[in-house]
Design a protein around this ligand. Sequence first.
Ligand code: GLA
Ligand code: ZN
Length: 683
Amino acid sequence: MKNNFKFGVDYYPEHWPEERWEIDAFLMEELGLKVVRMAEFSWHKMEPSEGSYQFDWLEKAVNLLGKHGISTVLGTPSAAPPAWMVRKHPEILPEGPDGIKRGFGGRHHDCQSNEIYRDYIKKMVTQMAQRFKNNPYVVGWQIDNEFGNSHYDLCMCDSCAKSFRVWLKKKYENVDNLNRDWGTCFWSQEYNDFSEVEPPRKTACGANSSQLLDWKRFHSDLICEFSALQSNIIREICPKEHFITHNCMGFSDVVSYYDLSKQLDFVSHDLYPGGYWRGIDTITPAEIGAELDGIRGITGKPYWIMEQQSSITGWETMGRAPKPGQIPLWAVDSIAHGADTVVFFRWRSCSVGTEQYWHGILPHSGIPSRAYEEIKGLIEDMAPVMEEFEGSVPKSKVAIVRSYEQGWAMEVQPNAAKVDYYSQLNAYYKALFDKKISVDFVPETADLSRYKLVIVPLWYLSSDETAKRYEDYVKNGGHIVFTMRAGVKDERNICNTEDPLPGNLSELLGINVVEYDPLNANKIKVEILNGTCGKSGGEEAKAVENFGSKWADVLSLKGAEPIAVYKDEWYSGEAAVSVNDFGKGKAYYVGTEPSEGLMAELAEIWTREASVNTSVSCGIKAEKGLEVAVRETDKKRWYFFLNHTGETKAVTVPPELDLIAGACDGIEVMPYGYAVFEEELSD
Ligand code: GLA
Ligand code: ZN
């Protein structure tokens, strides 16, 4: 699909008097915007009372924008059921683990399994699709809004309990199987019948870890089903050119985006690098990169940004103002990692409601100011060249496995304080990011053969089948890294008992984990040995301030060689990191969470041994603080230089590369500036 919409904006015409719409459309056109997303929170405007569908206002907005050359993506409004519906059917409100219903007045106050609510949605989506299927300006659909956002508690109402039982019955067939796989013999939790099983509501004390994991799986499936309910209607009614997408949230894991994406034409993402809601000023460039690469990894293809930060963010309090240049820079960052379209959130800062301080391109006054001007410059600069790299992605040689299952299991039992699946993913990613090595995030089922190095963080739930696939990958020459807590459990969330840790990986890794020490807040000194990779073995290197944290596995080497050893505690001198030659490849084990310095040294070893080069070709040099991201096709490669700092950064770019966007004289990139260079690839 060739896409003519490179830049767009999220628009809420219903927040403003109709007389203003024309001015908005004019300003949008002047800005170079080609697409808007509308209506995802406008249920009441579209159905003010039961069965009275009102789309005239929306159609008016769609047509008005269309006349200004701006197409529309329509959002289905299922994230915000109206008050009349809630009043009539209070059972559609979601219920927390505490058994308390969440009230009306926010958003996502819906139970996604409730049949009454589903009926209302089916009718609404059918009506919307009928009304807009032939509208020439409507090009696609967004289902709901940020599934999982505001649903952290996951609804535990009676309707969800019922659906959970149906899901369990399908999975386990009979209750004896469930009892076995949940280990209900513990604390007398056996069930005589599926009807006795409940969602994991707040208990007097503790919970069953297998039940908790299944609950997360169930809810992910439920959300996919809830989404399919809508996407199926749109597919049936609308022309096939209408695309369907959803705005995902990076590493959010309430729903498996791998599963959800099967019903979408492409995935979208909402990117807010200003980190106010995480309690920080901005997330780091590596975190932005990981988030974007994580999104690309859902399908392995380019994506849209459906909400790109356009100004100050905030609800009750606000985050820092983006520095001059930072808004365009972050948008180019999105593109550099694989966005084919960037839609800014939102058009105009809203004067009412929860998000009065989540600013838009226009301030409250509606008068164009800095954000508008900066975005105008960005669009003038980037839109003409974006056609070029549409559809392209980096050809990464390194993959990090991202598994919802592992993340869920670690959430259920983090094992030690601060052990967090996604922080670990980010930590390994950062080491490669700093080396300017492009990384793909891949599902556990991915074909790994095109990667030279694969990192599998916290492979906690194991299966023989997947272990065998990893083994084959290494046998055939792959290099793989496993980390602490690998092979601890099976997929039921039951501890493996057949072999010592790391269970079915022992042979591949050539180790056993003989002891472990949950470090929690403690750190432990770790030293890298000389002659790593087992070539000269044993000798200790200079003492460096490297340490491990959170966890320490003590390794007994059964064929593997040590790479690093602990230098503290009663296991001082024992191996912390190992390598095993296996087939034509190598398998590494990291028994702790390495500090940044240690991680950098390890990454150096892994990439060197696996012959992974920086993704930036030899002629290019970029000073620290300057990110270089790459997209490529068979014929061309594009280098995106992104200066995430307030200082000018030096670069060396070979003369045969053409500057196609941004500013750079081949010697420096301005503070918060960007530059895009193109390279013709010879065969
Ligand atoms: C999310 C939502 C938007 C808006 C912004 C700001 O990304 O999708 O509707 O709420 O956050 O909070
Ligand atoms: Zn429910």
